[in-house]
Design a protein around this ligand. Structure first.
Ligand code: CA
Length: 232
């Protein structure tokens, strides 16, 4: 018996974009449900139990920014925002309102599939489940039980704040973490405006962990939005 295909709900009013995504996703064994309006999307999300939701931010009957938190109330499925807009504040707002990740149009199919895989993996893990005890990417190895960090086999000393920031990035591995999310999780709710803290500590982490801190491979900047820890 083959397992039932995973179901993706595509909320997008653009017909050609829907056709492109439908074809690409079906070719990769996804079952695709479609909605062209916010209203339809909310109904489908509540009734069809999708595994992942792709949400366009510009919908004819409502802004995706209003839709994201409403979807979040009716489903636990990860929400990936797909948006043509260059307006970073919209992506940030959607992420802070409950979306899990975003892709800016135009994007490639491999990138979309990779984001969907990461989203599914995070969603399938209960919030209180322990993380893998060791994180590894490239030359960096983090022992999350002993709180030790190695680069190319050598132990690297991190300050407590640097370590907290790295461990938080590992919890978000593969997904974007917004400035607000990182500041709140590492420093606390009173610090969400202090983006310069992040810049300083991210620079320190890169200096200690990246072979070329000016061209980070592990701790990537998502301009205007936040940071993404790359797993591969
Ligand atoms: Ca649209």
């Amino acid at each position: 018996m083959t397992p039932a295909p995973a179901v993706v709900l595509l909320i997008e009013d653009d017909v050609s974009m829907r056709r492109f995504l439908r074809t690409a996703l079906r070719a990769h064994a996804w079952r695709v449900i479609e909605a062209a309006t916010a209203r339809e999307g909310l109904a489908q999300a509540a009734g069809r139990n999708p595994d992942v939701i792709l949400l366009d931010l510009g919908l004819p009957d409502g802004d995706g920014l209003d839709v994201a938190p409403r979807l979040r109330r009716s489903t636990r499925a990860p929400i990936i925002v797909i948006s043509a807009r260059g307006r970073e504040q919209d992506k940030v707002a959607a992420l802070d309102l409950g979306a899990d990740d975003y892709l800016t149009k135009p994007f490639g199919v491999p990138e979309l599939l990779a984001r969907m895989r990461v989203a599914l993996r995070h969603a399938s893990r209960p919030a209180d489940a322990p993380e893998a005890p060791v994180f590894e990417a490239g030359q960096v190895r983090v022992d999350l039980v002993r709180r030790r960090v190695y680069r190319a086999g050598d132990e690297i000393h991190l300050t407590p704040t640097e370590y907290r920031l790295l461990a938080t990035m590992i919890r978000h591995a593969g997904r974007v973490a917004t400035h607000r999310q990182l500041l709140e999780e590492v420093w606390g709710a009173n610090y969400v405006g202090q983006t310069h803290y992040l810049r300083v500590y991210m620079a320190q982490l890169r200096h200690k962990l990246e072979p070329d801190p000016a061209r980070p491979r592990l701790l990537a900047t998502e301009p205007g939005v936040g940071y993404r820890l790359r797993e591969g």
